[in-house]
Every structure is written in structure tokens, then in C-alpha cells.
Design a protein around this ligand. Sequence first.
Ligand code: SF4
Length: 365
Amino acid sequence: MAKTTTPVTVQAGNASRSGMKLILANPRGFCAGVQMAVDVVSQTISLLPDEKVYVFHEIVHNRHVVGRFQRKGVAFVEALEDVPEGSIVVFSAHGVSPQVRELARSRRLQAIDATCPLVTKVHSECIRYARQGFQILLVGHANHQEVVGTRGEAPDAVTVVESVEQVRSLEVRDESRLVYLTQTTLSTDDAGVIIRALKERFPQIKEPPSSDICYATTNRQHAVRQIAPECDIVLVIGSKNSSNSVRLTEISQNVGTPARLIDDVSEIDWNWFKGNETVMVTAGASAPEDLVAELCRALLNRYGGELEQREVFNEDVEFGLPASLKRLGKSRGVDLENSRIRVGAPVITREAYGSVPLTVSARPA
Ligand code: SF4
């Protein structure tokens, strides 16, 4: 994995305006893990034009991404028993437990693994610490698919911790053999509070080698923290079951700016606006850019105004394709060995956003 996320330090100009001011956050929307998962399903469909492709759980937590694949014939299932024996099944970006992999093998399913490499990193840490005899306190949401998958790597060694209250009542086997890990898409604020409580109660607790909360989650949250205070409202494009999207609204509320999470422009309640507001627009890591553009066009068509893209971090992240997809490609005579998924800054095109007054500005992160 190649990864650079550099804070932007260049300042550009402002424009005078009437109507609404939209501040569009960069970074926003698709992260490299989501882009990879989406590409894995797209490539699987094109490699197997005559076969039904199944995906275990939503490939990413976004209603539009899932709907677009459903319209191409992809079936999303919540149980592997619903996948006919011998079929192709894609595991979602959130990862799966070894028990799911074993069930897939026993049903002779051909599994293509679209797990984000940054989720796989947490699985590897979980396996390593469990082998070393540690009890693992996994900070996260117990029912989230990522946490279910990570816990499944060492169910006897993992205790999921969801809140500070839970930290107070935790019973541990041996305080000198404790480590904490976290879900990748938590609020850095909330996770920080729980981690502080863990460290206070268990001073010897070991930390992961580097933060498990991923770069995309951290950067999108930081952009909200930085931009939201100068806005009247924050609009987050994302689905209600997208952990990182929900966290963006919470971060905004934490800094005192109301925030709304909407799947797309159709969920706008126009009573939210008078028409002269400063509005931050951002998107969770699983939300497609065309929905962001559609929202901005609708707001500016209705109220007029201007668009500013605020550069907080320039992300330039690259992942390789999963080995299972490369093998599938090879079996179909398609060489994917050197294919890479690269995600940089979203580009504002006149085609997508229409013709609006646009400035690009940056503040030191
Ligand atoms: S949000 Fe982070 S962990 Fe989740 S898919 Fe994106 S990069 Fe991977």
C-alpha cells in the first residue's frame, strides 16, 4: 500500500457572492478501500458475464452503490446459505471472520475477498496478540460487520468495548496481558475518550503499533472539525448504516454546528434553509461523488451563490487488487497482476457541478 496524506498549506482567494455559500471539503467521499471494493465487484461482473455474482453483506454501506450493482444483476445476501453451492461470492470491504471463510469453503464457493487492507491489518493484530496470550479489548460497535469479523479471529480472546460505562465494569483475566484495538471507522473523539478510560483503569494496557482508525476516517473527521465552525449547517452525503458517515455528523454537532446525514438530494428538507447560509458539504467514505455534485447543483440552482473547495488534506492512496481477484482474472486470461487502485482528490468538473463561481482555498491542517 502506498499512502500519502499531506496537509495543504497554500491559500487562494475569495469571491464576493449573493445566495448560498457552499464549502466543499477535500477530502470527502470514496476512500481507497471503498474504491477497491467497488472495483472488485465491477471486475468480477465483467470477468464472469454469464454467472450470477453474489456479495456477502453490502459491499460498502451505501444504498446507491448497492442499488447500482443490484441493477446489474448482483445479489446481496446476509447468509452464505443463500448462495448456491459452487457460486462466486465477494466478501465486503468490512471483512469476514474465519468461520465465514470456512463455511464458504465447505459450500465450495469461490470467494473473492474485497476486505479493505486496513481492516485486514486489524485482523492481523488481533491474531498476533491472541497468539501471544493477550486479552484484546476491541473498541467498536459490537454489531458492526467489521467488529464481528475481527472478533471472529480470536473469539475467546476478544472483548468488545462500546462505552466508557462498560470500561468501568470490565472484568479482565490479567491486567498485565491486555491490549486494545479499535474499529477503523470510529469517531477519533469518542474513541479517544474510551481509550483514556481504558488507560486510567488499566495503566499497563498495550497500544496497537499504529492507530487502527484509518486515514480516511481521520482525515474526513478532521476536515469537519476544521470547517464546520464557520458554517450554519453541515450536509453529509452517506447512508444511515455507514459508521464513518454518522460519525461526521456527530463531529459537527460536537463543534456546535447542526448536521444532516442524507443519502442524496431527495432527502433535503428545504425548510432547513433560508437561502443565504454557509453550508459545508462532505461525504462519508462510501458515498459516490456524483451524489455530492447533484446536491451542490440543486442548492445553487435554487438559491444561487458560490462554491468553495476547501483543501484540508490531499490524499493520494494506492492499494493493490486482492490476490483472489487476480487469480480469477488469470483463470479467464486477464492479467490483473499490476493493476492498482489509486484515489486522489475529487475533481470538480463543469459537467458534474455545472457552471458556478468556484474558489479553491486551503488552511493549514
Ligand atoms: S473507511 Fe478506512 S478502513 Fe474502511 S474501507 Fe475506507 S480506508 Fe478501509
